[in-house]
Design a protein around this ligand. Sequence first.
Ligand SMILES: CC(C)(COP(=O)(O)OP(=O)(O)OC[C@H]1O[C@@H](n2cnc3c(N)ncnc32)[C@H](O)[C@@H]1OP(=O)(O)O)[C@@H](O)C(=O)NCCC(=O)NCCS
Length: 197
Amino acid sequence: MGSTVLRVSDVQAPLPLPDPMPRVGRIALRPWESSDAGFLAGAGSDDHLRRFISGWPSPYSFSIAEDWIAGQDEARRWRERLDLAVMDPVSGRLLGAVGLTGFEDAHRRAELGYWTAPDARRRGVATRAAPLLARWAFDVLGLERLQLLIEPVNMGSVRVAEAIGAVQEGLLRDHSLIAGQRRDVLIYGLLPDELVG
Ligand SMILES: CC(C)(COP(=O)(O)OP(=O)(O)OC[C@H]1O[C@@H](n2cnc3c(N)ncnc32)[C@H](O)[C@@H]1OP(=O)(O)O)[C@@H](O)C(=O)NCCC(=O)NCCS
């Protein structure tokens, strides 16, 4: 009988969802729902977002958005990623997204990401939403470090990272393949006692 090789993810529990869902003022996190596909498809067609986030299929259709939402449980099951929608809890309007990916369980760290819908930008959405997920990741998941990888020209994201307390630690050359090109990225580290917000 052949031996079974276990991956680290095989012996780890699925990523839980925050319970209760974090919120502050007019910013709340919630799981993605099938009815969000139209919002996601719209965001996935935004040039600014596509310029700075890798991995969005082109074109980003409604059915791709539906499949991505349907795959959320599986992604958490294998600790690949945890993505949450950002919404206004008063109006119910969707504003953007926050997520954790790149889990390295042996080192209790992961990567924090965010985006804001074009018509909700520059109103403090990412600056208020990202700390909600980061605090939960530290307090409940027990992570001890979050990393953010940001292109130097992405001034909005640099501003968000620094506003939430992340510290710039260096430049990773040709690190990421984004929009078909290799890009340098700044690496930011965020430790639990540095988090602002
Ligand atoms: C980067 C991004 C998430 C910022 O979201 P946002 O909700 O508009 O951010 P906030 O409103 O919280 O802005 C935080 C600060 O950044 C500033 N800012 C936002 N966008 C900016 C831009 N394009 N250029 C310069 N500054 C910008 C804001 O004015 C604000 O400054 P302040 O702290 O002095 O008030 C959003 O532009 C986006 O979705 N970009 C595309 C996806 C992306 O780049 N994600 C991050 C990948 S690393």
